[in-house]
Design a protein around this ligand. Structure first.
Ligand SMILES: *Cc1c(COP(=O)(O)O)cnc(C)c1O
Length: 225
């Protein structure tokens, strides 16, 4: 019997392929990040067994608890940090993750660079953009991204590959995805981390290169994270 999560994974993959075809995107141009936050190793294994290797977690501490073990069981895992980061966790974040999506402050950018140099790991990075300019939400304001990118890429020396956003929950996501794409294009960035369970197909239409899908694969989360 196929595990429910593995079945849902196939369905999400099929949806992404269909959206790629429909939108004239090249097959395989969108990477699926399976967001496993709040789920235990035993819930994640069926998805690994189904061939998924790219995962996202939003807490450094939680990821440290389950991924080092899973990495010894499965080869080729690529782990993305998609949640807020504190500079005092930079060391652990650099040691645990392969890609960072949530850089939005100079202090974090500098702390990550110091750790990457120390650990000899140059991780691909995304800058998080607060496209809805929501006061409670992380991310750089769209008006400040260009300057922040220059700081992170040219002055600090981070390997910035793209932009990430989380649109406001109560708004149509399309305009936010379009804005992120526009900011990326004018800055020569190709990576676009956008789209979650409720809107990943829309995000593919707006050029997402990475969609972050949690509950549509793993099911409902019992506690907020
Ligand atoms: C939890 C989370 C996701 C996945 O959310 P779902 O709606 O469960 O797909 C994507 N991105 C970020 C930043 C998240 O924290």
């Amino acid at each position: 019997m196929t595990a429910p999560a593995a079945e849902r994974l196939s369905a999400v993959r099929a949806d992404i392929s269909a959206a790629e075809a429909e939108m004239g995107r090249a097959p395989g141009s969108v990477t699926l990040i399976a967001v496993s936050k709040t789920f235990e190793a035993e819930d994640i294994r069926p998805v690994l067994d189904a061939g998924q290797r790219v995962f996202g977690e939003n807490r450094v501490q939680e990821a440290m608890g389950k991924w080092p073990g899973l990495r010894t069981e499965y080869e080729g895992i690529e782990l993305h940090l998609i949640g807020p980061l504190q500079s005092n966790k930079a060391k652990e974040a650099v040691a645990t993750f392969d890609v960072i999506h949530t850089i939005d402050r100079e202090k974090i950018a500098r702390a990550l660079k110091v750790e990457m140099d120390r650990q000899g790991r140059s991780l691909p990075c995304y800058l998080q953009v607060n496209t809805g300019e929501e006061p409670q939400k992380a991310g750089v304001s769209p008006t400040e991204v260009d300057g922040f990118l220059t700081l992170c890429r040219d002055e600090i020396g981070l390997n910035v590959v793209g932009l990430m956003c989380i649109p406001p929950v109560d708004e149509a996501p399309g305009p936010h995805f379009a804005l992120l794409e526009q900011i990326a294009r004018r800055n020569g960035l190709t990576g676009l981390s956008m789209g979650m369970s409720s809107d990943y197909e829309i995000a593919v239409g707006f050029g997402a290169t990475h969609v972050r899908v949690g509950s549509a694969i793993f099911g409902h989360r019992d506690y907020p994270a």
